[in-house]
Design a protein around this ligand. Structure first.
Ligand code: ACO
Length: 325
């Protein structure tokens, strides 16, 4: 059976690190509050790099690690809610940067589930025999859509990109997935609103308040725990796997407390969840691939291991994949 195998992983983050203490100098918060409620200690914040630069850097590393010439890339899919432009897509900008002249390139948006949705798309093209390989990246500069005066959101997020180079394979790869969307709950997490302003419809100038991230934290918490648990149960039962068969779970890095609830309810030891949000914050679509790359670079996963990637995000959306590494 044809599968889609993750051949190489990579990530790229801005050099600038902002600690909880740094944030407590601009809003009324503390390292203690942020650490206890979220698990985050620091995050990388752009000092000018836009999303396309982080995504292009990730793409370059992926091709280098997979030893693939840019002209041999078939498909580039980038997930982001903070692209540089409405058009061109980040994927087309990256295509130019890396010289992938023969690739088809486009972006998708599914917020923090974005990498899962992008990987699913690449997987279907490969399984259908349309393309043989793909560069799949999630990348964000969330710092540009955060209200740095709002302590309830500005402490949570970070900037970065991460991704995978995937190829058609006869043996290892993506086994199964569960994706879902709940548009009826879209209002609990929003950002980047652009009002319909035109010459015949005057709207006050300046940044619209809904440009910034707005979130009902408690509702997001409930949505995440309920749907990620169901989604992980679904992929594991489909393949008749128990937690003992899974080497690692790479969850969306939003909040340590969400992962603790998932671990407890599913009776999966917390140590099996690979966590790095204390150093990156929530990087939305980049969070799973940045964590997966770290897991891979540390040599903690080997061929034959089964791992699960699982994310949730704005929309509201969720996505889980079981992978035979
Ligand atoms: N520092 C200090 N105090 C704060 C801060 C802060 N940064 N932010 C909020 N507070 C205060 C509030 O004003 C409130 O004060 P009050 O009781 O005097 O009114 C108090 O802390 C409690 O606020 P809550 O919002 O109720 O805090 P909660 O315990 O729910 O924690 C959090 C907030 C961390 C966002 C939590 O709701 C949560 O984890 N939600 C899950 C959502 C999430 O992780 N989102 C990440 C991004 S979305 C995504 O990735 C899809």
């Amino acid at each position: 059976m044809i599968k889609t195998r993750l051949i190489a992983t990579a990530s790229s983050v801005p050099e600038q690190i902002i600690t909880n203490d740094d944030i407590s100098k601009i809003v009324d918060t503390s390292d203690e509050w942020i650490t206890q409620r979220t698990g985050i200690k620091e995050r990388h914040i752009s000092s000018g790099e836009n999303t396309s630069e982080l995504v292009a850097d990730t793409a370059r590393k992926l091709l280098e690690r997979a030893s693939v010439a840019p002209e041999n890339v078939d498909l580039i899919v980038v997930a982001s809610v903070t692209p540089d432009f409405g058009t061109p897509s980040l994927a087309c900008m990256v295509q130019k940067e890396i010289g992938a002249v023969n690739a088809v390139a486009f972006d998708i948006a599914a917020a923090c589930s974005g990498f899962m949705f992008a990987l699913s798309i690449a997987d279907k093209y490969i399984k259908a025999g349309v393309y043989k390989n793909a560069v799949v990246i999630g990348g964000e500069t969330l710092s540009k859509i955060i209200d740095w005066k709002d302590r309830s959101t500005c402490v949570l997020f970070g900037d970065g990109a991460g991704g995978a180079y995937v190829e058609k394979s006869e043996d290892a790869g993506i086994i199964c997935e569960d994706l879902g969307s709940c548009g009826d709950q879209y209002h609990i997490l929003t950002e980047g609103y652009s009002p319909c302003s035109n010459a015949f419809n005057e709207i006050p100038s300046g940044v619209h308040p809904d440009w910034y991230v707005h979130m009902d934290g408690r509702e997001v918490f409930k949505f995440a725990t309920k749907n990620v648990i169901k989604s992980m149960q679904k992929v594991m039962s489909q393949e008749k796997l128990t937690q003992g068969d899974i080497k690692y779970i790479v969850p969306h890095q939003a909040n340590v407390r969400i992962t603790e609830v998932i671990s407890k309810k599913l009776d999966i030891p917390y140590e099996k969840f690979y966590m790095n949000m204390e150093r990156y914050g929530n990087t939305s679509s980049a969070s799973i691939p940045i964590a997966l790359n770290e897991l891979n670079e540390k040599g903690l996963i080997a061929r034959g291991d089964k791992i699960i990637l699982s994310g949730f995000g704005g929309g509201m959306t969720w996505g889980t994949m079981l992978i035979d590494w």
